[in-house]
Write a protein that binds this ligand. Structure first.
Ligand SMILES: Nc1ncnc2c1ncn2[C@@H]1O[C@H](COP(=O)(O)OP(=O)(O)OP(=O)(O)O)[C@@H](O)[C@H]1O
Ligand SMILES: Cc1ncsc1CCO
Ligand SMILES: [Mg+2]
Length: 269
């Protein structure tokens, strides 16, 4: 695999408008800055449409919801669609409560997303597949995650990334697996949420036809940065968060191929 978009993110410094949850806002902004993007956090209904006139990508993350935020997400998502700006959905805990189910369904029917990034439970819910999630965590299930990614991508006509021990990415046709990462990732909150923001940053620097490759590279760089950061850390989760931010800033495209655990299947089922 050729890494070509990471340097573009660093050169272009895309402005990523993050409508994200209160748990991860600071970590997400720091992660985007480390990577070389420019975070802008706002959920004010009064200004979110305007932001789409100068931003390069929009992230909508439903981690901690309230009515004003949902109104703002709908305004921002529609404005981004009008401006042709990529929009990423992180459907945090999508199936966990009736309110989240209703909001997720409204966002998906009124906004055309470019990519959706969630854990297994969240994307299984979107694909209408049985899975035992636990609040905002992935929980347990038996279903085929590659198929879940493909089904959701077909249903919502966008790229879907299911993150976890193995990431499964699909454009509705191809399924790509990335087996890099570290078990320390799920020990820090917001590692999935920041991944959604990083995907948005990569989408903010590519042409539409490169969207799948951009999402694959975003998830790969992210997982490798975590894997490298975790070397020699064993269970030190606090140090991992810091080392991971450092790696997002330091990781370079050279010398990554040796570490890569990437698998593409090209079936058109
Ligand atoms: N057991 C694991 N081994 C290796 N990498 C993992 C593991 N679990 C998650 N990851 C990686 O962690 C990152 C975050 O994915 P995860 O699925 O944990 O997000 P999430 O559950 O939405 O997190 P959060 O809601 O806290 O933001 C991804 O890059 C994923 O590849
Ligand atoms: C812990 C938590 N609760 C709501 S959002 C969030 C951040 C990780 O998804
Ligand atoms: Mg999550």
């Amino acid at each position: 695999m050729q890494f070509k978009y990471l340097n573009l993110v660093r050169e272009r410094n895309p402005l990523v408008h993050c409508m994200t949850n209160i748990v991860v806002a600071n970590f997400s902004a720091n992660g985007l800055l480390a990577l070389g993007a420019s975070p802008f956090m706002s959920t004010s209904p009064q200004e979110v449409a305007e932001i789409q006139t100068f931003g390069q990508a929009l992230l909508i993350n439903i981690g901690t919801l309230n009515k004003s935020d949902v109104d703002a997400m709908l305004i921002a998502g529609k404005a981004a669609n009008q401006q042709g700006i990529p929009v990423v959905l992180d459907p945090v805990g999508a199936g966990a409560t009736a309110y989240r189910r209703q909001v997720t369904s409204q966002l998906l029917s009124e906004i055309q997303f470019t990519a959706i990034r969630g854990n297994a439970a969240e994307i299984a819910f979107l694909a209408n597949v049985d899975w035992q999630g636990k609040g905002v965590d992935a929980g347990q299930g038996e279903a085929n995650l590659g198929e879940i990614a493909r089904t959701a991508a077909q249903k919502y006509q966008c790229i879907v990334a299911v993150s976890g021990e193995i990431d499964y990415l699909s454009d509705g046709k191809n399924v790509i697996q990335i087996a890099n990462g570290t078990p320390l990732f799920p020990k820090i909150t917001g590692s999935g949420c920041l991944l959604g923001a990083v995907i948005a940053a990569f989408l903010g620097v590519v042409d539409k036809q490169d969207n799948l490759n951009a999402v694959v590279e975003a998830c790969t760089v992210y997982a490798l940065a975590g894997e490298i950061a975790a070397q020699n850390l064993s269970t030190q989760v606090g140090s991992f968060a810091t080392a991971f931010l450092n790696q997002l800033a330091e990781i370079s495209c050279e010398n990554l191929t040796a570490l890569l655990k990437l698998n593409k299947e090209n079936n058109n089922a």
